[in-house]
Design a protein around this ligand. Structure first.
Ligand code: ARG
Length: 476
């Protein structure tokens, strides 16, 4: 890096020395360094929270006598005007001013003069940014929470509609036992319920005010941290100033929540993709969630679930970025922390998009009940029921397992499912088998028999769905 500060055209950059910290510098910052260290291109998203935090801080300064009421009014009015300029897209951002905080402060000073310079009393950009990003993430969490609940409601409502629909349940992707589609859907709901809980935990822990920690050690001004914490609806001021300016656990926790949520959405996507295939045909996804192929006229590709599955890797990547960002940082603030924003923003944006896609798609799923039923009839899905039947007749389970295994081998050789065999055929494997065996060999009998909390019986699915809807309605 040369001494001169010229850009490609050879003109002196007016980025010059930043007026917020330029006092001890003898030469202007290198133009490349100015660009390299600036964050305003992305952290301008924090502007509403930055202004909210500044107003709270200014009110506190007035309360403790550092500002007079006239100065406070000027600051609040100025900040509010800047907020409108920003939201209307009229604000001119300057990379030379590095970040969102200094852009807004410079605009305030330009507007109200010397009083603008008093705003930063007893504060540092370190506690400022730590506050802004917590406020921002808290706002985002408050948007994400209802979209998870809405998606859950769609899933549970579909489960109620499909409480009696029989499909094969799988282990190892091999037909295992019949289940109801409603039961399968409620399994998805449980995943999302845990995600919701994780998100609430994250919110709880992030909701402490770092304001007043200043650069790292606190400040010698007689500040009132309880006041700013309450003003910004934080539960309390944070305990330790060193920790407060360097802690980014909340961003990591959010990305951990987001990665888990995306993993669940990805698993659901995988099932939707399989089920929409010509081989399964369990569901139909409306055309608006699919695209065609430019070469194969028959294709209807499930792009939306495929993309959600694909974006999961991206969110998990942001989690790893943040963990890696933090792992070697000594206390307290380091410039590395500026790199926390883009991964966090991207994780939030991706999660919101995917929840929106799912919220639109799930209620539009058409279940193909015949195909599901037909598939459940294949693959000896009631073999366990036959084994349990023999146990009820007094045969030890290991022996009945063996007997049914032979019946299945016979079925494979003769291309017959257990329910399709005659009583005579079944009796070849055990003379304890009687006419009532057909009650358990039917798919309806099989699912109805699993009639306990958490089981697949339609009655249980309806009860579980009612509990789930009540929980979604009452929790927060
Ligand atoms: N733009 C910075 C960030 O995002 C703000 C804090 C800068 N603090 C400092 N001491 N340079 O982290």
């Amino acid at each position: 890096m040369g001494k001169s500060n010229k850009n490609k055209a050879g003109q002196l950059e007016n980025s010059a020395t930043n007026s917020s910290w330029g006092g001890r510098f003898n030469e202007p910052v290198d133009a490349f360094v100015a660009r390299f260290t600036a964050s305003v291109d992305f952290d301008q998203r924090l502007a509403p929270q930055d202004i909210q935090g500044s107003i709270a801080h200014a009110k506190m300064l007035e309360k403790v006598g550092i500002l007079d009421s006239g100065e406070l009014t000027q600051i609040i009015d100025g900040l509010q005007e800047i907020a409108s300029e920003i939201s209307e897209g009229r604000f001119v951002w300057s990379q030379a001013l590095e970040d969102v905080h200094m852009n807004i402060e410079a605009a305030l000073t330009e507007r109200i003069g010397i009083v603008g310079k008093k705003l930063h009393t007893g504060r540092s950009r370190n506690d400022q940014v730590a506050t802004d990003i917590r406020l921002w993430l808290r706002d985002q969490i408050d948007t994400i929470k209802p979209s998870i609940s809405q998606l859950q409601r769609h899933i549970v409502n579909l489960a109620v509609a499909e409480a009696n629909t029989i499909m094969p349940g799988f282990t190892h992707l091999q037909t295992a036992q019949p289940v109801t589609f409603g039961h399968h859907l409620l399994a998805w709901n449980e995943m999302l319920e845990r995600d919701f809980g994780r998100l609430c935990d994250c919110r709880k822990r992030l909701n402490q005010s770092p304001l007043g920690s200043a650069a790292l050690a606190g400040t010698s001004y007689p500040i009132d941290r309880e006041f700013t914490a309450a003003e910004l609806a934080f539960s309390k001021p944070s305990e330790n100033s060193l920790d407060s300016v360097s802690d980014r656990d909340f961003a990591i926790e959010f990305c951990a929540f987001a990665s888990m949520l995306m993993t669940h959405l990805s698993r659901i996507s995988e099932e939707l993709i399989l089920w929409a295939s010509a081989q399964f045909q369990f569901i139909d996804l409306p055309d608006r969630f699919c695209t065609g192929s430019s070469i194969m006229p028959q294709k209807k590709n499930p792009d939306v679930p495929e993309l959600v599955r694909g974006k999961t890797g991206r969110v998990t990547g942001q989690l790893i970025s943040l963990l890696t960002l933090m792992k070697a940082q000594p206390l307290a603030y380091n410039k590395d922390n500026q790199e926390d924003k883009e991964p966090l923003f991207d994780a939030v944006d991706t999660v919101l998009d995917c929840l929106r896609a799912f919220g639109d798609m799930i209620p539009a799923i058409q279940a193909n009940r015949e195909a599901m039923y037909g598939a459940a009839r294949k693959g000896f899905s009631t073999a366990t029921d036959l084994a349990d039947y023999l146990v009820c007749k007094g045969i030890p389970f290991r022996d009945s397992h063996e007997i049914v295994g032979r019946a299945v081998a016979y079925g494979i050789a003769n291309n017959k499912d257990l329910g399709e065999m005659s009583l005579k055929e079944l009796q070849r494997f055990s003379d304890l088998i009687e006419q009532d065996v057909f009650d358990v060999l039917t798919l309806e009998g099989s699912v109805a028999a699993r009639n306990h909390m958490g089981g697949t019986a339609p009655e249980q699915v309806k009860a579980a769905a009612a509990r789930a809807l009540e929980l979604i309605r009452t929790r927060n």
